[in-house]
Design a binder for this molecule. Sequence first.
Ligand code: SF4
Ligand code: SF4
Length: 204
Amino acid sequence: MPYKFTFDLSKVPRFFFTEIATVSYQRGMHKTLIKKLQEMILKFRIQEATGLNLSDALVLLEDFIDLQSINMIERNKFLQSKKRALFLSHCSRKFLDGRCKAVFDPSIPSYLCSHCSEDCLISQSDRVAKSKGYDVYVIPGGSCIPKILKSTKYEGIVGVGCGEEIKVLEPLLNSLDVAGQAIPLIKNGCANTIFNMETLLKVL
Ligand code: SF4
Ligand code: SF4
């Protein structure tokens, strides 16, 4: 499910994401997670930076923390995985119209990037992941993932997309015994979306 609101955290200081990681690590120790999240929203002026109301900002931060916690729990298993795939959302393509020269293959289903623009996040991610031995899928929606995972057996996957979209995949990954690592978008909106390339490089 996509979020019912749009957000853009791309201008929020990098330290915000460090704090997300710290809170995720300490999550079990925080009896009042909501209070901690409210403090972070104030500290980093998330509402001013994004225009989100408080309840949407809380949903967003809680998803970031949930995903980061799952990443930490799954990390060792992921590092031991041999066959891996990277799933990218098509909304991070530089162009969503005919200027994108990717070809969509419905039999996979995935877009196949032709690297028409070197500054495209999908192009950069595709290159680096393939150089590390990953299969790469650029998918139009999370519903494509079950089909792909049923046709090809992976031990580890990295997924980039909306936090809410990624979270719903957790039961599927557990049932298939696949170690997952998630990278939530820092700008959503279903077009020109952004994720942090540095984070992706670290996770890969
Ligand atoms: S680099 Fe790839 S994904 Fe990006 S716009 Fe070009 S063909 Fe599309
Ligand atoms: S922003 Fe991208 S990942 Fe999120 S719902 Fe829209 S298309 Fe899907």
